[in-house]
Write a protein that binds this ligand. Sequence first.
Ligand code: AHR
Length: 482
Amino acid sequence: MTVEVLTSKKGPTISKYIYGQFAEHLGRCIYEGVWVGKDSDIPNNEGIRLDVVEALKAIKVPVVRWPGGCFADEYHWKDGIGTPAERKTIVNTHWGGVVENNHFGTHEFFHLLDLLGAEAYVNGNVGSGTVQEMQEWVEYITFEGESPMSNLRKENGSESAWEMKFFGVGNESWGCGGNMRPEYYADLYRRYQTYVRNYTDKHVYKIACGPNIDDYNWMEQVMKIAAPFMDGISLHHYALTGEWEDKGPATNFPEAQWHSLIDSAKKMDELITKHSTIMDKYDPEKRVGLIVDEWGSWLAVENGTNPGFLYQQNTIRDAMVASVTLNIFHKHADRVQMANIAQMVNVLQAMLLTEGEKMIKTPTYHVFDLYTHHQDAELIDTYGETQESIDYTVSKKDGKVAISVCNYGLQGKETVSFNLPDYSFNSAEAWIVSANEMDAHNTFENPEVVSKKSFEDFKIDGSTVSLTLPAMSVTTLLIKEN
Ligand code: AHR
């Protein structure tokens, strides 16, 4: 089967922000996963663990969303500034009822971003916070001049303001963020966002709370009432094996759940298409971005862990979920301006898992690694049929064409050919993430069971390159023009 690749046709840019991460004060994501404190034996920079920073830098994390999630609508940012020992201790009511000592706050978040070379997506509190509180946070973060909040930031050790690229006005306001109706939220959004000021010439990109999954009425109402006041609107969709109340296990699952999880992930395509059609009514120019700021597999927690911590293993099946979902985002590059996988470390479909001083990279991490070539690349149009289990993206950047192919079949190999008649090449290199078992995963004892390897099983014949792809694999082929 041959896919025709139209390299000479201009396509939209795949925003690098599609490769965004989400880091919430939930379970062991921030505490242990990112923050170990300055006095820890785990190598750290001002309290932030260095192994995690190095691993995330390698996959070019462009943006991190923080502090939630549901946590955001109960977070009062002033609790997390000043001398750490004097910060307020609160209860994280959403996530396990554990103590939150606020040692990781605004300054620590921006220090993490500095270490990663990533940009900020701060999520504000509409559910239980005031307009004044939100306005002051923006002032504290971004205002350089003389003002009460700017002076307070300086007193707390940061002379310079930070750049905050993205700001979310509430999270899941239809649920944990306040149980609102769309009309009510849309009016609140208009009010709160008024005070999210641009204190510099760098525009803060404002994101309204969008729908849960297929709540098309939410999208309709919020766009109708508030579209001119927003730059983006969010969408949340998690891949499940079945019913929400009965989540399947992350490992040792039946074959049916291999398929049901991938099918659930693939629903993202329909959701984006339908939500985008509604957005087109109010924003035909596609100025407003669809921001998928929570996505990924949501599976049963690991045995013996706190159910409120959402700690799950990550297998080659999750690698398939990552690959097909990223391909969907690419396909909708004209509307999807950012996405943030949930979550960065130790929670849901994480990049990294930690245990004390140990850290492992998950299969999902390796897919993000394979896909770095698509960040800010031009999406290349293609046509042609492929086998049922094949899903792919082709993009071009700096003269190089990257082809990423997922084979989510469970048995046998599939050969897929790509014909690039308008592109002159005679060599390529490729890497693969694959496994022999459908729940293959990395553990602290065996951290390299699933990893990125060099891939040689491809042939170039004139303008066609053919790849023979094993079952349960994700491959990226990088071709350089002659
Ligand atoms: O990612 C976990 C939770 O899922 C987030 O806090 C919330 O926004 C969503 O329901």
